[in-house]
Design a protein around this ligand. Structure first.
Ligand code: NDP
Length: 322
């Protein structure tokens, strides 16, 4: 079968499209014939070697397709089931052997491309708005990179919880998309100082929570946007990592809370995974949640897809098709 393999850390050029052997599903694993692969910013961090891991590896953490075979002891799925999964590395391939407990059956009305477009980022937006900081009606949230994959879903879920949403984006085209998914206010943070804009929009009160996936370029000013006892939810670092922080800063800026969460810990077993995934997939199938698939690339052109997301050219979800 064909797959992408990475032999050394580097730029998009290290993504090698080549022949590899079909994996055998081991005990408690299932072999999935992949129909759509979700591209996520975390794939860039892995390609660059920012996370520990052994080279060579097949990248990718999200896909959807059909179960082709099951290993011994699998009870969660059967051959022929249409499924999606996240957080099992090796998705940039025509087939992948995946721990069966990570597979979630698709409801009728959700096809594999839609599922691969929403699965990981939808569950991320879900735990951010329902668990990491449980947004309440009437509160205000600041969402950075609001036109992105997680961003658009985060805006929609924050609105579903009754919050007022202020989004940030880098262009007018992205701003329009974010308004369409329901943001109350949009700030072009590449043109205006978002800290003073947030103070203006909240009559200097600040916001209850900042969902910050941009990191280096937004972190410090984001802290200044919070109300006393507000929550800083730093969940990514698209612009680079945040330097070390003296905890006293949280005191001087108003007894703030800081968390650096990961989806891994919020879907670490079958029960929370099914609860979050089924809610997200049902919202998609009944139209409460919309997912924008902005581009689809053949798997062989994964390098071009990585370049597009790194250059901030994409909005919503990017798929790779084997
Ligand atoms: P996005 O589609 O949001 O793409 C990244 C966006 O970040 C860009 O489109 C851009 O939006 C913005 N950005 C700001 N500065 C930069 C920069 N210097 N370089 C590149 N992009 C920049 O990607 P995803 O939806 O896949 O992921 C969003 C973030 O969420 C990532 O940081 C990712 O790591 C994180 N994440 C965290 C998870 C967790 O559980 N902790 C799970 C899933 C994702 P703009 O042009 O509008 O500024």
């Amino acid at each position: 079968m064909k797959a992408i393999r990475v032999y050394e850390p580097g730029g998009p050029e290290v993504l090698c499209y080549e022949d590899v052997s079909v994996p055998e599903p081991g005990p408690a694993e299932a072999l999935v014939e992949i129909e759509a692969i979700g591209l996520n910013f975390i794939d860039i961090y892995y390609r660059k070697g920012l996370y520990e891991g052994a080279f060579p590896f097949i990248p990718g953490f999200e896909a959807a397709g059909t179960v082709k075979a099951v290993g011994p002891g699998v009870r969660e799925v059967e051959v022929g089931d249409r499924v999606a999964y996240a957080l099992a590395i090796g998705a940039y391939a025509e087939q992948a052997s995946v721990p069966a407990w990570k597979l979630v059956k698709l409801p009728s009305g959700v096809d594999p491309q839609q599922a691969a477009a929403i699965f990981l980022q939808g569950m991320t937006a879900h735990y951010l708005t329902h668990s990491a900081y449980r947004l309440a009606s009437g509160e205000t949230a600041l969402v950075h990179a609001a036109a992105g994959g997680v961003g658009q879903l985060l805006v929609q879920m924050a609105k579903m919880r009754g919050a007022r949403v202020i989004g940030t984006v880098s262009s007018e085209e992205k701003a329009e998309l974010v308004r369409q998914v329901g943001a109350d206010e949009v700030i072009l943070y590449t043109e205006k100082d978002f800290e003073s804009e947030v103070h203006r929009l909240t009559q200097t009160a600040g916001v209850e929570v900042v969902y910050d996936s941009v990191g280096k370029t937004t972190f410090e000013k984001s802290l200044n946007c919070l109300k006393p006892c507000g929550y800083m939810v730093l969940f990514g670092q698209s612009s680079g990592s945040v330097p070390p922080l003296d905890p006293q800063v949280l005191n001087s800026k108003g007894s703030l809370f800081l968390t650096r969460p990961s989806l891994f810990h919020y879907v670490s077993s079958r029960e929370p995974l099914l609860r979050r995934a089924e809610e997200v997939l049902n919202w998609l199938s009944n139209g409460d949640l919309k997912v924008q698939i902005s581009e689809k690339f053949p798997l062989s052109e994964a390098a071009r897809a990585h370049t597009a997301i790194e250059e901030r050219k994409t909005t919503g979800k990017v798929l790779l098709l084997p």
